[in-house]
Ligand binder design. Structure first.
Ligand SMILES: C[S@@+](CC[C@H](N)C(=O)[O-])C[C@H]1O[C@@H](n2cnc3c(N)ncnc32)[C@H](O)[C@@H]1O
Length: 245
């Protein structure tokens, strides 16, 4: 199976994976939320709620949401957790600009601040955050381990990281049905609506190459994370990973 670092949006050697990823999300940003709801029949909203429920009762003064995109996870965190501040960071200014409008609409400007930045080179000091989250983001990193190491570095000792990410369903017949939907139907709808030929094919390819379940928690353990756990949602279409520093 291909290595996740070799799966790029546009199969072009001219631009780095990171700049291709940024360009792709800048391009699809206006349709991103609509397509998320439409292509998952709204289930993505439930996945984010379940992911945040894993963090209830934990110290949550200072939260970092990497690859925050249009800020859905950060906004849900602001509503559900006793946070004082959330920084949402993303490579794509266009995704953040849509997020900014949503943050204002919910009156959360005093809690959430969005900024452009690279999760693989975080500007923060060591041990800064109580909680670090990433929703459907780490799969797109140019260098997965570098990004996860950065998340580990800026997390407080005892702090919790939560990652929500697509995984590959393993149960018959869902595995087969989902594969047909994910490899053929979803890219076609994605292409028609987002006007990007590759974005939703890249989504399928990157999920196939992404290390899921124990493969992913093993990477976290090697980095130094403790208490690593995964929980499959919707028969394994998506999984919640939690770990502590
Ligand atoms: C699929 S979107 C997820 C957005 C949001 N977290 C959600 O739950 O819908 C992935 C996001 O990851 C961002 N991204 C990818 N690599 C990144 C990196 N190295 N640093 C910051 N953001 C990154 C992309 O720009 C994109 O907005």
């Amino acid at each position: 199976m291909a290595d996740i670092k070799d799966i790029t949006p546009y199969n072009s050697d001219e631009n780095s994976k990171k700049s291709q990823v940024q360009g792709m999300f800048d391009k699809i940003a206006p349709n991103y939320d609509f397509l998320n709801r439409f292509l998952t029949l709204g289930i993505d909203v439930t996945w984010r709620k379940k992911a945040i429920a894993q963090l209830k009762g934990l110290p949550a003064d200072k939260v970092l949401d990497v690859a925050t995109g249009t800020a859905d996870l950060a906004i849900e965190e602001a509503h559900k957790l006793p946070v004082k501040s959330i920084i949402g960071m993303d490579l794509s200014p266009q995704m953040l600009s849509i997020g900014e409008t949503k943050v204002k609409k919910d009156g959360l400007q005093n809690v959430i601040s969005l900024e452009t930045g690279d999760s693989e080179n975080l500007r923060f000091s060591d041990d800064e955050f109580d909680i670090i989250t990433a929703g459907f983001g780490v799969r797109n990193f140019e260098n997965l381990e570098k990004g996860l190491k950065e998340m580990y570095r800026v997390l407080k000792p005892g702090g919790t990281m939560m990652i929500l990410e697509f995984s590959k369903p393993r149960v018959f017949p869902l595995k087969q049905l989902f594969n047909i939907y994910f490899s053929s139907i979803l890219p076609l709808i994605g292409k028609l609506k987002s006007k990007d030929n590759r974005a939703y094919k890249y989504l399928y390819e990157s999920v196939q190459a992404f290390p899921d379940y124990d493969d992913f928690t093993n990477i976290l353990k090697n980095i130094g994370f403790k208490n690593t756990k995964w929980k499959a949602l919707s028969f394994g279409i998506c999984s919640i990973y939690t770990a502590q520093k």
